[in-house]
Design a binder for this molecule. Structure first.
Ligand code: ZN
Length: 371
């Protein structure tokens, strides 16, 4: 059963199991948390559990579970951002061409296979009123006996004002036997009126160790590659899986070479590193942010004197830096890199920013003994 697989989040799952069995399960919930933590997966897990016909919910095997697994359960209403193709206020699919429909279905099929997947639908900028109106039409009809109707709104912060108002009306007179699950990375963007009608649940970040192990198991990466992807993903499983498609090991070499050059006070080499990074490997904004994140992680590990074995990445490198630069001012180093990250996000000239950074690093690596 792919759709309800939740990576980690054992405590969250137990909490929801308890909540669903408590008899005090509310009708509207917001699942908030950063991207890649498993909010959507949790929503599908809850939806399937509420309707599963077996003891061990969700069993993944009964008729209801199988229907959920294919997003075909009659009690499931899935709402997500759609492209605007007509002015229809009642049919979210109005004006959608056949080709577009094929794309949308293909995207949903990817989501079914792996609930961490983000739907990518051209022009789907917001959730409009048509989707909510259609829901309103269906939702007050009687449920099939023994089923709970579940309305899942993916990335609910994309609800536009009109749609949010229409949803609020439904939440104010909730139809019997219905549960609303709104997943979002930005709960603060939902209107207060909606938030006050829902219980908000936080879905915590995944640990990098968990993401690393998932990448080793599912993507066949080795420990080092998996750790790079896991750590630069900052707790986002979806991003980590994207990074796993690329080769990230060169960054380790870059970091090693740069540190070695800094240690030797070999500024020609440092400058060559800058040029190499600029011309070859830091072509996109995302790669720049990733590289600097990795550099920050390195110095965090140095500061924490992470024991060898804890991380496969740079145990020896970190020990070396501790030996070479016993007075290294790690806080200043990390701050300098964070400033560079901010600067690059504001499109400051890459070569200048990196040169300035490496010279600043040289100073902080010597730390207190510097005269
Ligand atoms: Zn079942």
């Amino acid at each position: 059963m792919n759709l309800f697989q939740l990576i980690g989040q054992e405590e969250v799952r137990l909490k929801w199991d308890k909540l669903m069995n408590s008899g005090r399960f509310g009708h509207a919930h917001i699942l908030s948390g950063r991207s890649g933590t498993g909010k959507d997966s949790l929503a599908f897990y809850v939806a399937a559990s509420l309707n599963c016909q077996s003891e061990n919910k969700p069993c993944g095997d009964c008729r209801s579970c199988r229907q959920f697994q294919n997003l075909e359960h009659p009690a499931l209403q899935l709402i997500f951002a759609m492209p605007r193709r007509s002015a229809s206020h009642t049919d979210p699919f109005a004006g959608i061409k056949e080709g577009e429909m094929t794309t949308i279905n293909a995207e949903l099929a990817k989501k079914v296979q792996w609930p961490y997947y983000h739907l990518q639908i051209d022009g789907a900028n917001d959730i409009r009123i048509a989707g909510v109106r259609k829901l309103r039409k269906d939702i007050y009809l009687a449920n099939d006996p023994g089923t709970t109707r579940v309305i899942i709104i993916l990335r609910a912060h994309k609800l536009n004002v009109e749609a949010a108002n229409a949803l609020l009306k439904i939440l104010e007179e909730p139809p019997a036997g219905s549960v609303f699950l709104l997943t979002t990375e930005y709960p603060e963007r939902l209107p207060d009126t909606i938030r006050s009608r829902c219980v908000t649940h936080h879905v915590p970040d995944l640990s990098w160790q968990l993401i690393r192990d998932d990448l080793v198991a599912k993507k066949g990466l080795d420990q080092v590659q998996a750790e790079i992807c896991a750590r630069i993903s900052m707790g986002d499983l979806a991003a980590a899986h994207r990074y796993a498609e690329e080769d990230n090991t060169f960054w380790l070499d870059r970091i090693r070479n740069t540190l070695n050059a800094l240690a030797r006070e070999d500024f020609v080499s440092v400058y060559q590193q800058v040029l190499f990074l600029k011309d070859k490997e830091l072509q996109t904004d995302e790669s720049r942010q990733q590289f600097l994140s990795l550099l920050i992680l390195f110095f965090r590990d140095v500061a924490l004197k992470i024991p060898a074995g804890e991380t496969a990445l740079w145990a020896t490198q970190a020990t070396q830096v501790n030996k070479l630069f016993p007075d290294c001012d790690n806080r200043a180093v990390i701050k300098a890199i964070e400033r560079t990250k901010d600067a690059l996000a504001r499109k400051v000239h890459l070569q200048l920013a990196l040169t300035a950074l490496f010279f600043e690093l040289r100073k902080h690596l010597r730390g207190k003994t510097q005269v």
